[in-house]
Ligand binder design. Structure first.
Ligand code: 1CP
Length: 355
């Protein structure tokens, strides 16, 4: 039995005693203990593939802060790597792929990787983390969205204008749809395998769907996420497994996202959470929406922001249900861990958690 199920209850819009909180990318380079373990592993990818060390870094932020959920330590790019594209990290440059998917021939070679062989190390990490957690808090599994994965597969790394994928979208939409089809089948298998291995909620990271024009977002990103939601195993160990859809920059499409059948929508910081709740609050829970850059400000300013978000959510209905506090995007590697501690404490204090 879970000792703290506040996070799962909030996602299902059941009553909670206080607002649960976790931080996007809560295990990472802003924690000195993470940097030490990563050094021991040799590289980021070796860290992801080492069951014991991946478990260790997943638990590190929970040792420091009273977080209400853990998130699997892995990366969305494990999927294109398992498709044979050759993921590597160039020092100081972020993720890169040895091979890209841009031509008819590249697309013909794509395949749905076997989640029980190529991606077995991820499932091993999930089982090991569940043991390490000992039911303290729930474990979140995750995947990139088909469109966000395609961005990396086609661009070959990060991009500031998504020139290659968008050119394909306008010039050869059929080709992009074929890639998204393979990615969708892959993500369904991948998330279901994580659920079977012990993930108690799952999040789809559509980090770059918000770069699409109106209409194209629905056709090239949302449609495929809706198919994933419909294809997931939504119950395990006798409990519902909630699904969170996070489209960064998706604030204008909340009604459409709610219609995918997800349980919760992740919000970046550009949307007012009270307004978002008035738009979709009787259909889904909301997760967000603190600007991660505000963590550079002094604790008093961080607390004021936390208060504002909690009050905005409460202005649109009952406070103690349906909100998971989070950052609107990943925590920066330059964040002071004491400021992250101030955020977590403020969420609990302002939402009435008993000491
Ligand atoms: O050197 C290092 O230690 C690498 C830094 C790092 C870390 C800590 C990367 C490379 N990935 C991760 C872990 C990670 N990535 C987690 C688990 C950790 C946790 O949350 O506690 C998760 C959930 C992700 C998800 C992820 N990876 C996303 C979606 C969320 C988002 O930020 O939008 C994306 C887009 C990635 C790709 C990626 N992997 C790593 C980096 C630096 C990036 C972003 C590159 C870019 O901006 O294009």
């Amino acid at each position: 039995m879970l000792k703290n199920d506040t996070f799962l209850r909030a996602l299902l819009r059941e009553p909670v005693d206080y607002t649960p909180v976790w931080m996007m990318r809560q295990a990472g380079r802003y924690l000195p203990e993470y940097c030490a373990t990563r050094k021991q592993a040799g590289s980021f990818l070796l860290l992801c593939k080492n069951t014991d060390l991946a478990t260790e870094v997943t638990l590190q932020p929970l040792e420091r802060f009273p977080l209400d959920a853990a998130i699997l330590f892995s990366d969305i790019l494990t999927v294109p790597d398992a498709m044979g594209l050759g993921l590597y990290f160039a020092e100081g440059e972020g993720p890169k792929f040895e091979r890209t998917v841009r031509t008819e021939e590249d697309v013909a070679k794509l395949f749905v990787p076997d989640v029980n062989t190529e991606l077995k190390y991820v499932m091993d990490a999930v089982s090991s983390i569940r043991k390490g957690l000992d039911n303290r808090v729930p474990l979140i599994g995750f995947s990139g969205s088909p469109y966000t994965l395609a961005c990396y597969m086609i661009e070959g790394g990060s991009s500031d204008d998504y020139r290659n994928i968008k050119t394909m979208m306008y010039a050869r939409p059929d080709l992009l749809h074929r890639i998204l089809e393979v990615n969708t089948l892959t993500v369904i298998d991948y998330l279901n395998a994580q659920i079977e291995a012990g993930a108690q909620a799952v999040q789809i990271f559509d980090s770059w769907g918000g770069s699409l024009p109106f209409g194209k977002y629905q056709e090239f990103s949302l449609q495929y996420m809706a198919r994933i939601v419909a294809g997931l195993k939504r119950e395990n160990e006798g409990r519902k497994v909630p699904v969170i859809v996070f489209t960064k920059g998706g604030g204008q499409w909340l009604e459409d996202i709610a219609a995918t059948g997800c349980d919760a929508i992740g919000l970046d910081w550009t949307t007012d959470i009270g307004q978002a709740r008035r738009r979709v609050g009787d259909k889904v829970a909301l997760q967000g929406n603190f600007d991660p850059v505000a963590l550079f400000a002094p604790p008093a300013a961080i607390e004021a922001e936390v208060k504002r978000i909690i009050a905005s959510y409460a202005s649109a209905g009952e406070a103690k249900t349906g909100h998971v506090f989070n950052l609107g995007h990943g925590i920066s590697q330059y964040t002071n861990p004491d400021h992250a501690a101030a955020l977590v404490a403020a969420v609990h204090r302002f939402s009435g958690k008993k000491a």
